[in-house]
Design a protein around this ligand. Structure first.
Ligand code: GLU
Length: 503
């Protein structure tokens, strides 16, 4: 069988959106499953919309997700992998199309076209630059412009000469046969007035020269499918197989998942944070919000792909092993924030304890907390992780192990029965910690029981005081476990802080 070659071909006009990441993922999964090649190609023909930082964002996002390209801007035998560096290649193909009359020169400026469109609209008609209008417009079909073409005095563009009254049949692996009458297609611009080729032409030439076998892309591209078909036909090239993936819709209402969803619904839409180079506003991504990259991929895989089994949690390796193009769904997937959080929660539960320890330490270091007792961290993780969706929540829930709590006077005062008696009790407890081994829990329990009897106060109250002192609030893991994990001097200091607060 022919070596499978697929490509992810983003236009660097902004940050990588998770919809496009899903496209990259499906290409990657298919390539890896089939032991083929996954290629990255930057489609940077649109100079007006080009954003330099975008390329970096796309590459870093893929890297963070562990999606590694076999060929791309940095390596590969079919390069260059940036369309801006392939201009010399396209020239020959443009010449061929012109020679064969498959393409033609046209001379309208943008403003002129705008005016024509408005005139049509005023008459209640839609303007299409094609067989029905081209003979009356400024182009090589029209003799009076012949000289201009010859001398090339005027700025020109080159358009595709779409065949007249033909039924164009395309085949999509998901949708099957799609037929369209060529008369409704416009003569797409192939070369712009600045000499740069446009998306359609570059896309077809590159896919052919890079020996792409399967084109997997978003549904938003389906309208250009017949145009690509005409170009393949004119070049007499075999078309790769095409599959257009269903859209990812936002969780509420209608429409694609977009930046507005982030602003309004707090749904992240980029894998990594993006700093808008013009507005200088930063939008956080999945990484910054604490999601695991493989949880994000797991979620994206389930948008449009049905594994055909009960399993919902997949590692990247498992996705590769299970993935198949024939299990791609036809209907659009709706974004579900609760589901992604649940998936992240599940991934956190299945992470190895060593990795979680490393991640917790990293998170602590970011807060300038350097805690090196791995054994303690592991014990904490084992007790806390089932309540957590994100690594940072482990730290939030266990922060009192790593730094002294901030005490809230009013809150503490509300929890105690009598200041004088409470202070006395706290002094007695300090005395005990000064004289005995804090890890001798049996002895500690006995001491508290005796104290309870002597003061005629329930032992529960002493445990509450210890919790308020060590944690700052009435939450957290078992108090005796906390005591074994804190240093005696820190326990005493924290109890002293409560006494000071009560003064
Ligand atoms: N360059 C297109 C984009 O920005 C990709 C189209 C394709 O994959 O053919 O998404």
């Amino acid at each position: 069988m022919k070596n499978i070659r697929v490509r992810f071909a983003p236009s660097p006009t902004g940050p990588l959106h998770i919809g496009n990441l899903r496209t990259a993922l499906f290409n990657y999964l298919f390539a890896k499953k089939k032991k083929g090649s996954f290629i990255i190609r930057f489609e940077d023909t649109d100079k007006e919309r080009y954003i330099k930082a975008s390329e970096k964002h796309i590459l870093n996002s893929l890297k963070w997700c562990g999606i590694q390209a076999d060929e791309g801007p940095d390596n590969g035998n079919y390069g260059p992998y940036r369309q801006s560096k392939r201009k010399h290649i396209y020239k020959k193909y443009v010449k061929y199309l012109l020679k064969k009359n498959y393409a033609y020169y046209a001379f309208e400026s943008k403003d002129e076209l705008k005016q024509i469109r408005t005139e049509y609209k005023d008459k209640g008609k839609l303007f299409i630059y094609n067989y029905s209008t081209r003979k009356n417009l400024k182009n090589s079909f029209n003799n009076c412009y012949y000289n201009q073409i010859k001398k090339k005095q005027t700025k020109y563009i080159i358009r595709l000469n779409v065949p007249v009254s033909k039924t164009i049949k395309v085949y999509d692996l998901l949708r099957g046969n799609i037929s369209i009458n060529s008369n409704v297609i416009d003569d797409k611009v192939l070369v712009k007035s600045d000499g740069n080729v446009t998306y359609h032409l570059a896309n077809v030439i590159d896919d052919h020269l890079m020996k792409i076998t399967h084109v997997i892309k978003g549904e938003e591209w389906i309208s250009s499918f017949p145009i690509l078909h005409v170009l393949y036909y004119y070049f007499n090239w075999k078309m790769p197989k095409f599959i257009h993936l269903p859209l990812i819709l936002n969780s509420f209402g209608k429409g694609k998942l977009s930046k507005r969803n982030y602003n309004k619904l707090n749904i992240p839409i980029f894998p990594l944070k993006w700093k808008d180079p013009i507005k200088l506003k930063t939008i956080l991504g999945y990484r910054e919000l604490g999601y695991f990259p493989d949880a994000l991929l797991n979620m994206l895989a389930l948008f449009g792909w049905n594994p055909g089994c009960e399993q919902e949690i997949f590692s990247l390796k498992e996705l590769i092993a299970t993935f198949s193009l024939k299990d791609i769904n036809f209907s659009s997937a709706r974004f579900d924030k609760q589901k992604i959080d649940w998936i992240n929660h599940r991934h956190l539960q299945s992470r190895s304890i060593d990795e979680l320890t490393r991640l917790v330490k990293l998170c602590l270091n970011e807060q300038k907390i350097y805690f090196n007792n791995d054994k303690t961290i592991k014990q904490i993780i084992l007790r806390i992780r089932s309540q957590c969706t994100f690594v940072y929540q482990i730290i939030e829930k266990a922060i009192y192990f790593f730094k002294k709590p901030t005490l809230k006077k009013n809150y503490i005062k509300k929890q105690i029965i009598n200041i004088k008696i409470t202070k006395k009790i706290l002094f007695l407890i300090i005395e005990w910690f000064n004289n005995y081994d804090k890890n001798n829990l049996k002895l500690l329990r006995l001491f508290l029981a005796k104290l309870a009897f002597k003061k005629n106060i329930k032992i529960h109250y002493f445990l509450k005081l210890l919790r308020l002192s060590l944690v700052g609030k009435l939450v957290g893991l078992e108090i005796l476990f906390i005591i074994t994990k804190l240093k005696t001097q820190d326990i005493i200091k924290r109890i002293c802080n409560v006494i000071l607060l009560l003064n």
